[in-house]
Design a binder for this molecule. Structure first.
Ligand SMILES: [Zn+2]
Length: 160
């Protein structure tokens, strides 16, 4: 856990507002650590290198949603099968707002790695996402290597 803290994966404004608990079990906390060490810390390093090369400010990455307890997942309308419930997935945003470039960086980073899903979420017509979803395993322990875009609630092969 070089660039991320467990707290970032469990903090939820929705949970606070609605008084829901969002405490991971030790097994879930272990998965979050593996997600960070396997994918998110190396991705953060790669993104920082890209930002430096392009003279972009602030290479920080924000976790907008990490672990979701069952009650929190229901409250935010998450899919029942969501990998967020098991600690295997995170929603990410670059602090410098370069979502289009961040999408491309995530995709090229994962091209040589095992993972379950990369989703460009709530894209606009130009293919710019509102955030990126990254999952290491699905709930059955599989790594499907899926690259998807989501627009208007529909999923399809990831746009460029
Ligand atoms: Zn997600």
């Amino acid at each position: 856990m070089q660039y991320f803290t467990l707290e970032e994966f469990t903090r939820s404004e929705t949970a606070l507002r609605m008084g829901l608990t969002n405490v991971p079990t030790p097994a879930v906390a272990d998965r979050i650590r593996r997600l960070v060490e396997t994918l998110l810390d190396p991705l953060r390093s790669e993104w920082a290198a890209r930002c430096t090369a392009e003279s972009w400010k602030n290479p920080g990455i924000v976790v907008t949603s990490g672990y979701r307890s069952d009650e929190l997942n229901r409250a935010v309308g998450g899919a029942a099968t969501s990998a967020h419930r098991s600690g295997w997935a995170a929603d990410l945003k670059p602090q410098n707002g370069r979502l289009r470039e961040f999408k491309q960086c995530c995709r090229s980073f994962l091209a040589t790695r095992d993972f379950d899903q990369l989703i460009s979420e709530s894209e606009d017509a130009a293919g710019t996402p509102r955030w990126m979803h990254i999952g290491l395993y699905d709930r059955n322990g599989q790594q499907r290597g899926q690259l998807l875009s989501m627009r208007n609630g529909r999923y399809f092969p990831m746009t460029d």
